[in-house]
Ligand binder design. Structure first.
Ligand code: HEC
Length: 355
């Protein structure tokens, strides 16, 4: 995490977590189909193939990342315009709250996963939306029917890479414990072992800082059906993604209080990932000021990352300043939201362009 691989570094330099090598949805599907015909490859390999194709593709379709894993014909006003609600229990104490916040941000960060998954923009939350499931998820070469993915063959199988294509339904991590396979009991650390395998083996990720791995398990343990809000979904809003970014930045400050710069770096990267998801939605006429403000906010976080890597003690102050200065541009985003790709009317129009 501390020293990102060349791919992760390239992604960071790209700013806003956006890959300059925009991937066409159609091309992604074509490559995925040819890969899956050759049998099951590792997820990392499939993603590598996809992103190489992306290097050659120039897309006219707005580059909303989630379009890469939404099947043709899905209702985009629903799949992109609404989001599940999160079932997160209140933490019993400050130390647990810290761990849960680290995990919550990492769960939403593509850079937690390896270079290729990161490049495709995939995070835990792409499959487990807001800690739940994703009935629309369909990634070429990785999924069977929508809502499935093959992520465990190399974890549970003693004959890894044996050509078995075995997509499973994406479980609702906030569902009843009886429906879940991996024990949440803290003592056995089965959850930590499982998540570690997902990150480092299946998704080709670098070894996460120990506090981040711990946090991911703490976050998953804090998801519970008892904490689900009455409404299962809500409208997708810029303000919520911005709040995710701020929460990640606050978790970064807490990590610095815990003298854990590696975890702080992961948090700032997570914040940038959320800003990237906002940025791609402000694509359209009259939205240049909002894009410029987001680019500036992202550049400030990139500067904090440089300071964190250099162990520059001014990093905490800069990150705090970033938080304090985030209100005006966040308010402006909300005001411009009806013109953005958060607006159901624009999503409906996108559907006719993209399909
Ligand atoms: C490509 C989609 C995808 C991504 C990305 C993904 N998962 Fe999953 N996850 C799945 C699927 C599918 C299963 C079910 C596997 C099975 O049934 O064998 C699963 C299972 C799990 C489980 C076990 C649930 C149980 O039954 O107890 C946990 C915990 C989990 N994922 C957490 C994570 C975390 C944390 C990340 C990010 C590091 C992540 N997942 C990323 C698709 C995904």
């Amino acid at each position: 995490m501390d020293r990102p691989g060349p791919r992760a570094a390239a992604l960071e330099r790209g700013g806003l977590g956006l890959d300059s090598r925009i991937l066409s949805v159609f091309q992604a599907k074509a490559v995925g189909a040819s890969v899956s015909m050759q049998g099951k490859l590792s997820l990392a390999l499939v993603l590598a193939a996809l992103t190489t194709a992306g290097a050659l593709a120039a897309s006219t379709v707005p580059s909303l990342r989630a379009l890469r894993w939404l099947p043709a014909g899905v209702d985009l006003t629903d799949a992109l315009g609404r989001t599940p609600t999160e079932c997160l229990s209140a933490a019993p104490d400050a130390q647990t709250a810290y761990r849960v916040e680290l995990g919550r941000a990492a769960f939403r960060s593509p850079l937690l996963l390896g270079g290729q998954a990161a490049r495709a923009g995939l995070a835990c939350e792409s499959c487990h939306r807001e800690g739940r499931s994703n009935p629309d998820f369909q990634f070429p070469g990785v999924s069977g029917p929508p809502g499935t993915a093959d992520v465990t063959s190399s974890l549970f199988s003693s004959h890894r890479g044996d050509g078995i294509d075995n997509p499973k339904p994406i479980p609702d991590l906030s569902g009843p414990a009886s429906a879940l396979k991996v024990s949440r009991a803290p003592d056995g650390r089965a959850l930590e072992t499982f998540i570690h395998g997902l990150v480092t083996d299946e998704f080709d990720g670098a070894e996460p800082p120990p506090a981040v791995l711990d946090g991911l398990a703490a976050y998953v343990r804090a998801l519970s059906p008892a904490a689900c809000p009455p409404q299962p979904t809500r409208a997708a809003k810029a303000a919520d993604l911005v709040e995710d970014a701020r929460r990640a930045a606050r978790a970064g400050l807490m990590a610095l209080d815990h003298d854990d710069p590696a975890a702080a770096i992961a948090m700032v990267q997570a914040a940038r990932g959320r800003l990237g998801l906002v940025f791609e939605r402000y694509d359209g006429p009259g939205l240049a000021p909002q894009r410029a403000a987001l680019t500036a906010a992202d550049r400030d976080l990139a500067a904090v990352l440089v300071q964190l890597r250099a162990r520059d003690p001014r990093a905490a102050g800069q990150l705090r300043a970033w938080l304090e200065n985030s209100d005006p541009w966040a308010r402006d985003l909300v005001a411009a939201e009806p013109r953005s790709l958060f607006a159901p009317s624009r999503l409906a129009a996108l559907r006719t362009v993209a399909r």
